[in-house]
Design a protein around this ligand. Structure first.
Ligand SMILES: [Mg+2]
Length: 365
């Protein structure tokens, strides 16, 4: 019988990552920094896996505390390769005060570290271990650009095109819908007919406002309208899909497999969009991807593109990978490779992300 890979000490840490430029969306206003939560997991033989999560500015310390004080205790000595068993144990041990929020961010980071460790021990890149569909994943640039003047928005787009992107997402949800419409019209003129363009409202509207906005955007042929309304309004999502006339992407603010089950089964989402750093980790992301497949839906992704490229490369129903504005390029050895609109999942063992721990140390929170 194979020897158990017992989990040794967990090493969690929190960093505050400054953004090179101020980013803006309809819910969070001006974003100047994000919090990065990391966890290093070592087995008794010294092999290491690394996981991470992040927040938009706040609550990282709460997630760090869950990792340091609760999950560390629950995970000590557990078999690192029985990821599902440990996931269930952490979920139920923290359920009463958890079931989402900082707890699921912490659990997501642990789960990612365990999958990284498992893949490294197997000598396989994560995308091959998880199913191995196709390492080339279509990828878009996720602009966080609501307050950019239109000329700057188009300049940013040109820089993204020059970088190799062949799909673009822009923010909508300005106080006046007419502003959104003129910006989207300018973007469509700039990109040309048929170029993949996504719109992201970051939960700005009510369902009725979203339907009105979707109908106004329809002539500009967006690939999807993202997060038109709050994640909790499942019936509203179904109305927006039915009456708005546009495909809807949603999921970055859902925190459980069951959240996705309710939204998908209601007909309220066209492109389920989980984030592996807040939905419960790689384990839950993959369940959501397979759930979407069973509903004949594509799956897209939010955030953490350096790890998520593996998850979309693993499954047949993958849609676009979001190259997120909270990139870690400055702090990792080999950032995401982009080639003619496709992100390429690497062949390095595990997720292949090597953090520059010394550089991170300087911005520890
Ligand atoms: Mg979004």
């Amino acid at each position: 019988m194979r020897a158990m890979a017992a989990i040794g000490r967990l090493e969690p840490a929190l960093y505050r990552i400054p953004l090179p430029t101020v980013l803006t969306d309809s819910t969070h206003g001006e974003i100047r920094a994000f919090e990065l939560l990391t966890v290093r997991v070592r087995d008794a033989e010294g092999a290491e896996g690394v996981g991470y999560s992040y927040t938009v500015g706040r609550n990282g310390r709460a997630a760090l505390s869950v990792l340091a004080h609760e999950i560390s205790e629950i995970a000590a000595g557990a078999d690192a390769e029985r990821i599902e068993a440990l996931w269930q144990r952490v979920w139920w041990a923290t359920h009463y005060g958890g079931r989402g929020g900082p707890t699921v961010l912490a659990l997501s980071a642990l789960d990612m570290a365990l999958w990284d460790l498992k893949a490294r021990r197997a000598g396989l890149p994560l995308w091959r271990l998880l199913g191995g569909n196709d390492p080339r994943v279509p990828c878009y640039a996720g602009g966080i650009d609501l307050d950019l003047p239109t000329a700057d928005l188009l300049r940013q787009t040109d820089a993204n095109l020059a970088h190799g992107f062949r799909a673009i997402k822009m923010k909508v949800g300005r106080p006046d819908l007419a502003d959104d419409i003129s910006r989207v019209a300018a973007m469509r003129r700039h990109l040309g007919d048929g170029f993949p363009l996504m719109l992201d409202a970051n939960m700005k509207w009510t369902a009725d406002e979203a339907i009105r906005a979707a109908r106004a955007f329809a002539p500009y042929d967006p690939l999807w309208l993202e997060e038109p309304i709050v994640p909790d309004d499942v019936a509203g999502h179904a109305r927006v899909v039915r009456d708005g006339g546009l495909p809807v992407a949603a999921g970055e603010n859902l925190r459980t497999l069951w959240d996705f089950r309710h939204l998908i089964a209601s007909g309220g989402v066209t492109f389920p969009e989980p984030d592996a750093t807040n939905c419960g980790g790689v384990t839950v992301f993959m369940k959501i991807a397979h759930l979407a497949e069973a509903f004949s839906l594509p799956v897209t992704s939010h955030g953490a593109h350096d790890v998520t490229v593996h998850l979309l490369a693993a499954v047949p129903n993958r849609s676009y990978l979001e190259a997120h504005g909270f990139g870690l390029d400055r702090y990792i050895a080999e950032p995401l490779v982009l080639h003619e609109g496709f992100a390429i999942a690497p062949e390095r063992p595990g997720h292949g992300i090597s953090f520059d721990w010394a550089a991170l140390e300087a911005i520890r929170a």
